[in-house]
Design a protein around this ligand. Structure first.
Ligand code: FES
Length: 342
């Protein structure tokens, strides 16, 4: 059986070891199926290498897959699970979009993975779980359909009320269309984001605030930001809109350096414009928790004692922002200096 080569694991290197959270033990899984899901999107299914059961997961979960980057460096890339949760034996089905301008993880998975290969993954983690609700509104853009499809399976299996809205740049770029079609009148598919041309109409979907309803969105950052902004505008209650992303938000024009002061040690750290506050803290040896590094898990959130954050995360509640907490992995500062309670 083929196996990807063993090379140095960059995920074990920087940042400093004492600041790094414990890495979960890796699981070895076998590539069970590889298929074309859509233009530039490959579906890969993993099963247990040994036949021993894989860990259970809930809708919204993701795994990190160990990939080989140029230079034979090992790294981890996160992918949501699209498989039906709770169906034994577990198959971990991911959808990988070919990113020719990425760092090489998706290229490796598109070009090097073959049936029967053994790869290493982390056990499923979930920052995007379904909440108890009378109704769920699911919104997906492009490859963001993967966790949303798992949510459809989970809600459908539990006979819970939901609706799913799915859009992509073209029909050819939209994977899992047949599966989404299977949810019949609960499912609506669109092409694009312009309602005048048959694209998804996010204001129409979110305009009416429904009681005991939660909204879930996965897709490009621009879509996540639009959904959060509309939900705020239309008065959705704090904590009812949830989103998932695996990339950082794009830098904004005018993003500049920030001076960060660590209360416990008195260190003053100059954070360059293109470096995250979290990475600057870790490089300076500051002990601080983190996980996703893209503003969706909340693990890195800290109390700001002086200064005003410029929030870029998709996880903190309005009440937490009002209390001056911030996610250091993605957020910047509106003031030249931040004093952090670390
Ligand atoms: S590490 Fe997950 S939100 Fe910052």
């Amino acid at each position: 059986m083929a196996e990807i080569p063993n090379t140095p694991d960059t995920t074990q290197a920087a940042p400093p070891p004492e600041a790094k959270p414990a890495l979960p033990e890796l699981l070895r899984v076998k590539v069970h199926r590889v298929r074309h899901e859509a233009e530039d999107i490959k579906g890969i299914e993993f099963v247990s290498e040994t036949g021993a059961p894989l860990p259970e997961f809930k809708a919204g979960a993701h795994i990190d897959v160990v990939v080989i980057l140029p230079g034979k460096l090992r790294a981890r890339r996160s992918y949501s699970l699209a498989s039906p949760p709770g169906e034994q034996p577990f198959v971990y089905h991911i959808a990988v979009k070919y990113e020719d301008e990425g760092t090489g993880g998706s290229i490796f998975l598109h070009e090097s993975i073959r049936l029967g290969y053994v790869v290493e993954i982390t056990p499923p983690k979930n920052f995007f779980e379904l909440r108890e609700a009378e109704h769920s509104i699911l919104i997906a853009g492009g490859v963001g359909i993967a966790p949303i499809l798992a949510m459809c399976y989970e809600l459908d299996a539990a006979s819970k009320s939901f609706e799913v809205h799915y859009t992509g740049r073209t029909k050819e770029r939209m994977g899992f269309r047949t599966q989404i079609d299977g949810f019949k009148d609960k499912a609506k598919m669109y092409v694009g984001r312009n309602p005048a041309n048959g694209g998804i109409d996010l204001p129409a979907i979110l305009r009416t605030v429904r009681p005991n309803t939660h909204v879930y969105v996965c897709g490009p950052h621009s879509m996540l930001e639009e959904v959060h902004a509309l939900a705020h505008q239309f008065g959705w209650p704090d904590g009812t809109v949830h989103s998932e992303a695996f990339t950082k938000p794009e830098p904004r024009p005018g993003d500049g350096p920030v001076e960060v002061v660590v209360k416990s040690t008195g260190q003053t750290i100059q954070v360059a414009a293109k470096v995250s506050i979290l990475d600057a803290l870790l490089s300076a040896g500051v002990k601080t928790d983190y996980d996703c590094k893209v503003g969706t898990c909340g693990t890195c959130s800290v109390q700001v004692l002086e200064g005003t954050p410029d929030h870029r995360d998709n996880v903190l509640l309005d009440a937490e922002r009002a209390a001056n907490r911030m996610c250091t992995c993605v957020s910047r500062s509106q003031t030249p200096r931040l004093l952090l309670d670390l």
